[in-house]
Design a protein around this ligand. Structure first.
Ligand code: PRP
Length: 197
């Protein structure tokens, strides 16, 4: 039987709420620990547990038909993947932050400065739109430490509660975008699977 293949985040902030939302709509999944794929018992759905950053490409290639993913990841990966529904959880911002004693008060003030980020494409888009040049340092995690170790003058990262910024002596100076979990759909989805979706 044709099954709808849905990707969810394997681990991280979206995982728990993604599984809860599937359960809430009546899809029960047998998932052993470390299993990367599981079928629903009562509905033609297979769930793939994937790394967040890989999901847009899997959607693009039609390897999965749909995904529960942060809108910010779709924007960063820039594959023009559409989403059909906002899911109302994992709300966050992608923001610019600087050490709290810094005089910078907007992205503009970081012109020609060093910005550490895991969201280079998003930052580039905003820099280009404002005709600003800056030096980007791409790092994959613990971005908030970068100013403290002398690696950067500012950062661009996800802000949720704001506690990571606070604990690292940083302040938010500009919100680039707001994001939440969305239900994204592959451009390659077949009519039959779209009907299941
Ligand atoms: C994200 C992000 C920040 C943190 C912000 O990291 O990179 O570090 O959350 O959240 P807060 O404003 O509530 O403190 P996450 O813990 O999701 O893991 P990551 O380092 O793998 O991105």
């Amino acid at each position: 039987m044709n099954k709808l293949r849905i990707a969810v985040q394997k681990s991280g902030r979206l995982n728990e709420d993604s599984m809860r939302i599937l359960k809430d709509i009546g899809i029960s999944i047998d998932n052993g620990k470390d299993q990367l794929k599981a079928a629903a018992r009562d509905f033609p759905v297979e769930v793939f547990y994937l790394r967040n950053g890989d999901i847009p490409q899997y959607l693009q290639d039609g390897v999965v038909d749909a995904a529960i993913i942060g809108e910010n990841v779709l924007i960063e990966k820039g594959n023009n993947i559409e989403f059909v529904e906002r899911l109302g959880f994992s709300k966050c911002k992608v923001s610019i932050a600087v050490p709290k004693e810094s005089k910078a008060s907007s992205l503009k003030d970081l012109a020609c400065k060093r910005i550490a980020t895991s969201y280079p494409e998003t930052v580039k888009k905003f820099l280009t739109a404002q005709n600003i040049e800056a030096n980007l340092h791409i790092i994959n995690g613990s971005v908030e430490i970068a100013p403290n170790i002398g690696l950067a003058d500012g950062i661009c990262d996800i802000v949720s509660s704001g506690s990571t910024l606070f604990k690292n002596g940083l302040k938010e100076i500009e919100v680039l975008l707001k994001s939440e979990a969305v239900l994204a759909v592959s451009p390659e989805i077949s009519a039959e699977r779209k009907a299941i979706l």
